[in-house]
Write a protein that binds this ligand. Structure first.
Ligand code: FRU
Length: 488
């Protein structure tokens, strides 16, 4: 048990938990404690303590970025879900705020698997702010295991605390084969329809699906049909439902992004992937440009991505985790977010991602020189490699005390990543074709790879061997190795 976090009017007193050892702490104390953890990634967002998963409610209000997240305030494992909250003016330096959204009426005490699940922010045409989320309740029907309903919550007096939630807005459609997975709402005003629209992740007769709902009022929602239903192949290979569907306009097209919980690619054994489809959205139908799904990130730890639009940019965060990972023993927290990424479309109609431009102002680069033997010594700071030119034959080897930390290599149009914890076997790989650019960002165990102008992204969070002290690059391409240092 714990008492809800408290906040003062000045926002100085940020957290208070009675039983888990976290006492009243100021912003400076929280930040000092986070900085003193030698295993915590430096540039990437993580919660001060306890368990975090999906990014939620992402938005910009005035000059402030808001990052909410799935949060279990009473432990470092997944548990009854709350929304954690942090704010920033540059997308990189965050102030941690108290829990924003608590499960209704402490119902979570009745069943450990419930709570305030993932959801997103919405600004109405008059500028009013609200958040849509899923509430998972203990089941009334034992066989269903749980019941998921969609709710709306408006901020209280300010955006520091949630007001009270409305009652249930959207119900599972009857007689359509939709079972208990029914979650993760994303809402927009659809000018063409002159009405509100919402997508939800679910399954139809066991096939992962994105459901489309419509409303004139924001409080009464009607099921309009499936926007996407995955072919049987996915169900046959373990997929149980779509999670965290994202659906948004981008450069004249519409983009759908989703995860298939439980799915493993039979040919490669990969799981925990996100998939994108680009197409047109007309008359409540999504017509994709291609049959294939684009793998959004070929790594193994990029999940539950949520994007949002701010001043013409589509920005996204994802949760860097994988249920197969071993968590670091004894860590005071679990879970990190990806760097904020800006989304775009390239000339071949692929969704591309790159770290947002604010990275360079918040964490400027400073070039590192190489040693006489050509290798580059690393300090305990985030570092970045950039290569331009022919990548074929490239090899990047990072070591810690002479032992492999990670290795990236390109040959025969394949980009392969090897990691210490897999005894140097290939952890993940992608076809990079004739790409002539490669960018590698490393931050205490988080490896983010961007190639082909961001069409190929691969992310991995490792918990062992997280402090490489030397990197060696062999390549016909031009390259730089730099360190990133905070400005403040
Ligand atoms: C994805 C997810 C969502 C759900 C949330 C619960 O990681 O399973 O579908 O809303 O996490 O924490």
């Amino acid at each position: 048990g714990y008492d809800p976090a408290t906040v003062t009017e000045t926002g100085i007193t940020l957290w208070e938990f009675s039983e888990d050892g976290l006492t009243l702490r100021s912003k400076l104390e929280i930040e000092a404690a986070m900085r003193s953890d030698p295993a915590r990634p430096i540039m990437h967002f993580s919660p001060p303590r306890q368990w975090m998963n999906d990014p939620n409610g992402l938005c910009r209000i005035g000059d402030t970025w808001h990052l909410f997240y799935q949060f279990h305030p009473a432990g470092t494992d997944w548990g009854p879900m709350h929304w954690g909250h942090a704010v920033s003016t540059d997308l990189f330096n965050w102030t941690h705020l108290p829990v924003f959204l608590h499960p209704e009426q402490n119902l979570w005490r009745l069943g450990a698997s419930g709570g305030a699940f993932s959801g997103s922010a919405f600004a109405d045409r008059d500028g009013s702010r609200m958040f849509f989320y899923t509430e998972r309740l203990p089941a009334y029907d034992l066989f269903a295991g749980y019941r998921e309903v969609q709710k709306l919550v408006r901020p209280g007096r300010d955006v520091l605390r949630a007001g009270s939630s409305d009652t249930v807005l959207a119900l599972r459609p009857d007689g359509q084969g939709v079972a208990h997975d029914f979650r993760d709402p994303k809402v927009w005003w659809d000018a063409a329809a002159g009405a509100y629209r919402m997508v939800l992740g679910a399954a139809i007769h066991g096939d992962p699906a994105v459901l489309l709902y419509g409303s004139d009022s924001l409080s009464d929602w009607t099921y309009l049909g499936p926007l996407y239903r995955a072919p049987a192949h996915y169900r046959e290979n373990g997929a149980r439902a779509v999670e965290c569907p994202d659906f948004f306009p981008l450069n004249g097209k519409w983009v759908m992004v989703m995860g298939f919980v439980g799915y493993t690619e039979p040919a490669t054994g990969r799981h925990n992937l996100l998939y994108a489809r680009i197409g047109d959205f007309r008359n409540d139908r999504f017509v994709p440009d291609a049959d294939d799904l684009q793998v959004l990130d070929f790594g193994t730890d990029f999940y539950a991505m949520q994007s949002f639009e701010a001043e013409g940019r589509q920005i996204a965060f994802a949760w860097l985790f994988n249920w197969q990972s071993r968590k670091p023993p004894g860590s005071p927290y679990s879970g990190e977010m990806s760097l904020p990424r800006e989304l775009g479309l390239d000339g071949s109609g692929r969704l591309v991602m790159q770290p947002v431009a604010e990275l360079d102002s918040a964490w400027p680069v400073s070039l590192l020189n190489s040693e006489p033997d050509g290798s580059v010594l690393l300090r305990d700071a985030p570092f970045e490699l950039r290569l331009t030119g022919s990548l074929d034959g490239t090899k990047i080897v990072a070591t810690q005390g002479g032992a492999l930390s990670f290795e990236l290599s390109v040959s025969d149009d394949r980009l392969a990543v090897r990691l210490a914890e897999d005894d140097g076997k290939i952890r993940y790989e992608a076809t990079c074709g004739s790409a002539t650019d490669l960018r590698v960002i490393y931050d205490r165990g988080i490896l983010e790879v961007f190639a082909d102008n961001g069409a190929i992204c691969g992310t991995r969070r490792s918990y062992s061997n997280i402090g490489p002290d030397r990197v060696e690059v062999t390549s016909a391409a031009q390259f730089t190795v730099s360190e990133r240092r905070a400005v403040r």
